[in-house]
Design a protein around this ligand. Structure first.
Ligand code: VAH
Length: 325
């Protein structure tokens, strides 16, 4: 990259979305142009394919120091504690999700970062929100600390847009399904684990009820969403950090039935745990009309395509003995 070009910094780069978003951005802009950071130093592709730095997003001076050191022009702020892990440690979730976001926004404002991506989540919605085709502009009444931090985070990001003219963008991601990096601490994580256990054991015990319907998205669409939103003409956007996006909605039972189309003997049991209450507070389906209208959002993958691809990839990995115990 040229010496004057500005680099991209990503926080939470070792996470489920971050680890694949880094590779997509390095493929698009060049490996040396994306500085991956996380609180832990992972092994493998992430650190081998380009610059990596350990970073605690609650350490303001450390965040500013990296932005200066690498002459950062764009920040993808992916670091957060998710819904289930947040409920086990609400104080830490507030610290990481809110203090971390405020530090990133302040550093971006003070150090001339041109653009910030800060994802939100359908977790901002709650029991008073319309559950079917949840509107873009509606009641936000989150019941989890994760949802509270994402709702407050959207408002903080939009404040920086209005007050300082900072270019901040974000979308309310639904549950994300992928096969590269296992998710950690999410309520929608069942929709990832079920594929792994179907391939390894032919059975899965689901921690949500069979009839629990949630909005979901396959990772290729998740990456496309972030890249397309960040490429959009900022002047055309009426919303900024809170776009509703989705690709599909399905129940745990519908997902199990789709897996059985490939593995007829697959058996799924349903033993709800504390995450059922979280899932019950979230929408069953999302209206993503604003994202479609303002920046051309359009998902590609449905449940059938996602299931075929997940089982093909995990099946090959299992046959090669690389799917773990
Ligand atoms: C979670 N995967 O389950 C995240 C996501 C909509 C859910 O934000 O907490």
């Amino acid at each position: 990259m040229s010496k004057d070009a500005k680099r991209i910094l990503m926080t939470g780069a070792a996470g489920q979305i971050g680890s694949e978003l880094v590779q997509a951005l390095r493929g698009k802009h060049g490996s040396d142009s994306v500085v991956a950071t996380d609180i832990i130093r992972p092994q493998g592709e992430l650190t081998a394919s380009g610059p990596f730095e350990r970073l605690d997003v609650t350490d303001g001076p450390a965040v500013a120091e990296l932005i200066r050191k690498y002459r950062i022009g764009t920040v993808y702020h992916m670091a957060a504690l998710l819904s289930a892990s947040g409920e086990k440690n609400p104080q830490k979730a507030w610290e990481v999700n809110m203090k971390g976001l405020h530090i990133v926004l302040e550093a971006a404002r003070e150090l001339g970062v041109a653009r910030v991506f800060s994802p939100s989540s359908i977790a901002v919605f709650g029991p008073a929100t319309p559950r079917e085709r949840t509107p873009q502009d509606t009641v936000l009444d989150p019941t989890t600390i994760y949802g509270v931090t994402k709702a407050a985070g959207e408002m903080l990001c939009d404040y920086y847009v209005r007050k300082y003219g900072l270019d901040v963008r974000g979308c309310r991601y639904p549950g994300i399904v992928s096969h590269q990096t296992l998710p950690g601490g999410g309520t929608t994580d069942y929709a990832v684990a079920i594929y792994y256990e179907a391939v390894k054991f032919g059975r899965y015990t689901c921690f949500l009820r069979e009839d629990t319907r949630l909005p979901m998205m396959y990772m290729p669409d998740c990456l496309k969403c972030a890249l397309d939103l960040m490429e959009a003409d900022f002047g055309r956007l009426r919303h900024h950090s809170n776009f509703n996006v989705t690709a599909m909605s399905f129940t745990a039972g519908e997902l199990a039935a789709e897996i059985r189309r490939h593995i007829p003997s697959f058996v799924c049991e349903y033993v709800p745990d504390f995450r059922q209450e979280i899932a019950d507070s979230w929408p069953a389906s999302i209206d993503d009309g604003a994202a479609r209208e303002e920046w051309g959002w359009k998902p590609d993958c449905d449940l059938a395509a996602m299931t075929a691809d997940m089982l093909a990839v995990l099946g090959k990995r299992h046959a090669a003995g690389r799917l773990g115990a």
